[in-house]
Design a protein around this ligand. Sequence first.
Ligand code: FAD
Ligand code: UDP
Length: 369
Amino acid sequence: MLPQKYDYLIVGAGLFGATFANLAKNDGKKVLVVEKRDHIAGNIYTENQEGINVHKYGAHIFHTDYKDVWDFVNRFADFNRYTNSPIALNHGKVYNMPFNMNTFAKIWPDVITPKDAENHINAERQEIKGTPKNLEEQAISLVGRTIYELLIKDYTEKQWHRSCKELPSSIITRLPVRLTYDNNYFNDRYQGIPIGGYTKMVENMLTGVEVRLSTDFFSNIEHYKSLANKIVYTGALDEYFNYKLGKLEWRSLKFEDKVFEEENHQGVAVVNYTSHEVPYTRSIEHKHFEDAKSDKTIITYEYPADYEEGMEKYYTINDKKNERLAKEYKLLAQKEKNVIFGGRLAEYKYYDMDDVIKSAFEAYKRESK
Ligand code: FAD
Ligand code: UDP
């Protein structure tokens, strides 16, 4: 067999593809990245509008406990000290997120100390006997019914378009519950936003790597496969197999951007809307991520949506049916010679950015053995 032109053909210029490409290039490998969109960076793509880096596929805050991942991203960008502290709005009242002493003191006016908050929560969580069986039971056993109804139930039902009784508890255990006056949304040791935007960071990761934009791997799969010894595939798992076992389900989102002729519209980067009276789940004021100086401000309203053909695939649906189907596809993927499946679409996983990078590290380490 003739040697191929490239060691790796990487399908997708998102975080998984860019991390893998960077590691391989630094090892002297020849790499080609094909990306079907007309830009790099996948879903962490940011675009400068009015002097503000707008997160075009949803707000992204980098946070991690992995020192190696933090050191890695800091090679491609300077990170600021942004700490995510969203507020929740319900019927005109403001609450701090995640669930912490500020939240408890606002909801129960007699709460001052952690003991006071614990007394309320413990009294309310009694209603759940045994191990929580679904998101509703999990939420009540974590913070009690009052907070569940005020800050969780409607938001979650808007987001997932399902009753909290039908959703897995794992979705809500992502959020911290703290008996301290600390509004940091994440528990991780490292957190921040890359100054200058994520696109610039990914561009730096891809320095020296050949990237072809607006190029769909499936437009000429045999040709692209013939170019390289190995494929790193970060597109959708079921699409790779032409949906032969059926389609995996996704949740989608619609974003509505508005420019306001004022400096500061909501006073915080992220507002969560936790009641059904407002149709969107979040509004994002992008300038607060990087403290951008501009007379104007851009707000993005995030509307959850059922996935339909042609929309973006944002959230995996981790119910039994989809988990089973994903498992079957993963068995097929294991049998696929010289193809590495990685990232949120190809692994059908609800992945944060740091986990995507970590998983690309591991995939590359397996290669170098
Ligand atoms: P992607 O970024 O989707 O990259 C895959 C790339 O492959 C895409 O560019 C796609 O166009 C390309 N592609 C697909 N098929 C083909 C094909 N056939 N041919 C060529 N190219 C193809 N994580 C955090 O850590 N913090 C956050 O605050 C955060 N916020 C989020 C908010 C939202 C609304 C969502 C949905 C996710 C959020 N995440 C967050 C998760 C984060 O977006 C992902 O972990 C990360 O972007 C996944 O990177 P990836 O490379 O796996 O996928
Ligand atoms: N959630 C909630 N109320 C909020 C914020 C989040 O009930 O104000 C729940 C909701 O079910 C959501 C989950 O917590 O899907 C995880 O929230 P996170 O902010 O981590 O979601 P993501 O940023 O991944 O959309």
